[in-house]
Design a protein around this ligand. Structure first.
Ligand code: ADP
Ligand code: ZN
Length: 621
């Protein structure tokens, strides 16, 4: 991008230089002959000098030279008091010459170089000044996609991701008619953060939101805001928001938000100045605009963990939506979307291809269909057959564009048993939150997840509930031990969380009989220049030992319980894990069916009323 701009400038410089040189050349088309003063005198005497111009340092004129040709000449002046007299005598026309002074000579000779330097100085200054927007350098590179002209992207082009679509529907109806919301006084999030692995369709979703709402879509990328020159990023941000306000209602999209939105450093030293300045500008702009103007900002990142907390505060990107990698059904749906544009042989079964491509995300699958179509063309076929599909899978798998890792069959199995361990423990224990979803599709750093959703908001947690929670957490590791006689590193997060819970039970909530109802906190020290200078324990070494022993005991009790539950339900666990390997993700009802239990539901209030309460809460968050 920047190169293009520099190219444009240098083209102009070359044109100007060429013009100057041409002008220079045409004034002195034929070089004058250099003759000595004595020769000059003899030419005068022989009557061959037609006219001359006498200057302080040189004499120029026209004469007929020795070869009999008319030409111009030049000679150096000699102190000759009789020259004028002689010229008069012989009737030669002469006149005095105004000598160029040094300034004009300088300009004439060094003009082009001077101009060149001036242009550069101007260029550099305008880049640093930022505000001047010389030739649009400081303008945002936001690309406008007019949703009316091109075939617009809609939710039909986005396969799967139903929960994400549901979340975004509110924004669409707002963009369609901002006035309506304004009158109702409803509050709409200013910014939505979509996070998930590369190629999972974040950009596609944002575009589809604009398409569904029929508003302009401005897309830009965080990396464009991080420039070499100070101030350019900030001014591009200003410009992006300026465009947004001008074209409201519209949707602004910032890809790779983490490129500019990384956590700022506090304390002495600070971070990357330019990036911070740009980030601050984003914060200022977000605070400055009002959703009622009809501008919504959607940003995408695959590293939500590194973002500056200020970006995620209420009034900024306060709505966070996970865009997960597709499971087997999702992959089939994505393949179906992309297969609309190619001719498939009738005995191609997309579900088989979905099964063969674990770990593939949307962009991989789009790529796969495209490769297969190209291969079919190369094989002179009218339709894409299974053979091309198979080859395309290998190509995409090996290709440079694949960013996500592939999980081996064995790893997949271990993950499935681990997650099933959580799910079985959660389902079999009384008083735990019901299992909402189990999945072995990677999500962020986790290789799989078991999602439990509470039936109601809780403000107090009992000791037995905490113990249950820890039992569920330890169920994953326990299942690995039970079925593989070997443990993996996969349980790190579970162990940390259960240990943490046990520690808090003992030290903060007074839930250990041996220690009793007292709190044992680490003293918080004063912070000076960002460092703790006086951190220490408020209790003795002996107490510390007792705490450690109690924490260990609590964790081990839960571990034992998990072992008992899983051993008792061994065959059910196996059935669940095997189904999980096949389907990759299961919802709560399916889990309950496989385990042969009645799914926990809320007893009193109807579920519908509950749902709206939760939704409203999300909006306020
Ligand atoms: P991200 O922004 O998350 O990196 P993109 O939105 O750029 O990913 O996705 C790249 C391409 O992958 C899209 O243009 C689309 O062709 C394909 N794709 C990704 N997810 C989906 C999906 N859910 N349904 C259909 N196509 C998808
Ligand atoms: Zn786990």
């Amino acid at each position: 991008m920047k190169n293009k701009f520099l190219k444009g400038i240098s083209l102009w410089v070359v044109i100007i230089l060429a013009a100057l040189m041409f002008a220079n050349m045409s004034t002195k088309s034929k070089p004058p002959e250099d003759i000595s003063y004595s020769e000059f005198k003899s030419y005068i005497k022989s009557g061959n000098v037609e006219e001359c111009e006498i200057g302080a340092e040189s004499i120029t004129g026209t004469f007929v030279n020795a070869a009999g040709k008319k030409n111009s000449f030049k000679t150096v002046v000699v102190a000759d008091s009789r020259l004028v007299e002689e010229l008069d005598m012989l009737g030669v026309k002469y006149r005095g010459k105004k000598e160029k002074n040094w300034l004009t000579a300088l300009l004439f000779n060094f003009g082009p170089i001077l101009l060149f330097i001036l242009v550069w100085v101007f260029l550099i200054r305008s880049m640093q000044g930022g505000g001047k927007q010389m030739m649009g350098f400081a303008k945002s590179k936001a690309k406008l996609q007019d949703t009316k002209k091109k075939k617009k992207t809609t939710f039909d082009d986005v396969a799967g991701l139903d929960e994400v679509k549901e979340e975004l529907k509110e924004i669409i109806s707002f963009l369609k008619d901002p006035k309506k919301f304004q009158n109702l006084g409803g509050k709409i999030p200013k910014g939505v953060l979509l996070y998930g692995a590369p190629g999972t369709g974040k950009t596609l979703l944002a575009r589809a939101v604009a398409g569904e709402a029929g508003v302009p879509f401005f897309s830009s990328s965080g990396s464009e805001f991080v420039e070499m020159f100070v101030g350019v990023g900030a001014s591009r941000v200003r410009d992006l928001f300026g465009q947004g306000k001008k074209n409201a209602p519209c949707l602004l999209f910032v890809d790779e938000l983490d490129a500019v939105g990384r956590r700022r450093f506090s304390g002495i030293g600070g971070g990357h100045d330019e990036r911070e300045q740009t980030l601050n500008q984003i914060l200022v702009e977000m605070d400055g605009f009002d959703t009622r103007q009809g501008v919504i900002l959607i940003a995408a990142t695959n590293r939500p963990d590194v973002l500056d907390p200020a970006l995620l505060r209420p009034g900024r990107f306060d709505r966070h939506v996970a865009v997960t990698s597709p499971d087997i059904k999702g992959r089939e749906a994505i393949l179906k979307v992309h297969a609309r544009n190619v001719k498939l042989d009738k005995d191609i079964d997309l579900s088989i291809i979905a099964r063969r491509t674990p770990g593939f995300v949307g962009s991989d699958l789009a790529n796969l269909v495209n490769e297969a179509a190209l291969l079919a063309a190369r094989h002179d076929k009218k339709t894409v057959e299974m053979e091309e599909m198979e080859e395309a899978i290998d190509r995409v798998m090996a290709g440079p564009e694949r960013k996500s890792q592939v999980i081996s069959e064995r790893e997949k199995k271990i993950i499935a048993y681990h997650e099933s361990g959580h799910a079985v423990a959660a389902s079999m224990l009384e008083g735990t939150d019901p299992v909402h979803k189990v999945s072995i599709v990677p999500r962020g750093p986790a290789l799989g997840y078991t999602l439990q959703l509470p039936l109601e908001d809780k403000y107090l947690i009992t000791k037995s509930e905490l113990m249950n929670k820890m039992t569920v957490l330890l169920g994953g590791r326990t299942a690995e031990e039970l079925f593989f006689k070997e443990v993996t590193t996969g349980a790190e997060n579970d162990l940390r969380r259960s240990t943490d819970l046990a520690h808090r039970m003992v030290c903060e909530w007074g839930m250990s009989e041996r220690i009793g109802p007292i709190t044992l906190k680490e003293r918080e020290g004063e912070t000076f220049l960002g460092m703790d200078i006086a951190k220490g324990k408020e209790y003795s070494e002996k107490m510390a030992e007792t705490i450690d022993a109690e924490v260990k005991r609590v964790v081990e009790t839960c571990k034992k319980r998990a072992g008992e539950i899983l051993t008792k339900n061994r065959s059910k666990l196996k059935k669940l894990a095997d189904t999980l390997v096949k389907n990759e993700s299961l919802d709560g009802d399916e889990v309950a069916r496989i385990l042969g239990i009645v799914k926990k539901t809320k007893k009193e209030k109807p579920a519908a009323g509950k749902k709206t309460v939760q939704k409203r809460k999300k909006g306020r968050k």
